[in-house]
Write a protein that binds this ligand. Structure first.
Ligand SMILES: C[S@@+](CC[C@H](N)C(=O)[O-])C[C@H]1O[C@@H](n2cnc3c(N)ncnc32)[C@H](O)[C@@H]1O
Length: 261
């Protein structure tokens, strides 16, 4: 996940695999106008720009206005960034048929209204355009995955109670029907396990523990005493589980889809 790459010098293995898949798609489809939907700090687009010799029109879309000014990615030349809550975003969606390729990495489980977002992605594609989406596989089929899944479920529950955020978790099989329901035709999908070296596990584990610290602080301000006690206990249990097992983001799925003719 590229936003996390900023924490270390080495590119996470998931990013290396995704970069390769995306470059392959650009080559096969001859895409020129490429969008990263939920682009975070724009790292993927900047890498694509370098790797393709600045030949592409690159657009990143995300919620930038909620970030500090210095943390917002800056566009220039063939690279532009559009705030998800802006007139420009609404104009681009209204126009539709803008991109040859839309990539969206580790975003689906963040979408508050997944069907609506996927339908927008379909609308933003040119008629013969391609959507490439990658996300974490939230399968509960091994002990190793338990700490990561439980941590994610607790975050979802906590933030839902705080009224700030809502997340959904999917396995690939659970995600696929969403694409059809949003008017997209799935061309291919894959479940994959990428290498997850020790230093990445350590970084992600530290990140999860810092998130639990933030939840602990936010929970103290919660007015409802029952809720406060409930989450206090859960946060402590979760911190112990995460310290014991670490966080493992090695399981992913990818979906390639197109606008339905
Ligand atoms: C886990 S981060 C992944 C960022 C980046 N794609 C990467 O791989 O590092 C999820 C991103 O999706 C963005 N996001 C969530 N819902 C979104 C939406 N409805 N439209 C656009 N971006 C969204 C978040 O703001 C966040 O930057």
């Amino acid at each position: 996940m590229s936003s996390k790459a900023a924490r270390g010098n080495k590119l996470p293995v998931a990013d290396v695999s995704l970069d390769r898949a995306i470059l392959g798609l650009i080559k096969r489809t001859g895409a020129r106008a490429v969008c990263d939907y939920g682009c975070g700090d724009g790292a993927l687009l900047k890498r694509l720009d370098r790797m393709t010799g600045q030949r592409l029109q690159l657009t990143g879309i995300d919620y930038f206005s909620s970030r500090k000014k210095e943390d917002r990615p800056k566009g220039a030349g063939n690279l532009r960034f559009i705030d998800r809550v802006s007139r420009e975003y609404r104009r681009v969606v209204e126009q539709g048929g803008v991109f040859d390729l839309i990539v969206s990495a580790f975003t689906l489980h963040h979408f508050r209204r997944p069907l609506e977002e996927l339908a927008v992605l379909g609308r933003l594609l040119k008629p013969r355009g391609t959507l490439f989406l990658a996300d974490l596989e939230f399968a509960n089929d091994s002990g190793d995955q338990a700490a990561k899944n439980l941590f994610s479920f607790l975050s979802e529950e906590f933030h839902t109670f705080q009224g700030t955020y809502h997340r959904h978790h999917y396995t690939r099989d659970e995600a696929l029907p969403l694409f059809a329901a949003a008017g997209l035709a799935v061309r291919s999908s894959r479940s994959l396990t990428v290498d997850f070296p020790g230093h990445e596990r350590k970084e992600e584990t530290g990140h999860a523990l810092r998130n639990l610290d933030r939840m602990r602080v936010a929970n103290r301000k919660t007015a409802n005493a029952h809720q406060r006690r409930y989450f206090d206990a859960r946060i402590e249990q979760m911190a112990a589980l995460v310290k014991q097992h670490g966080i493992d983001y090695s399981r992913l799925f990818t979906v390639t889809a197109a606008r339905r003719p």
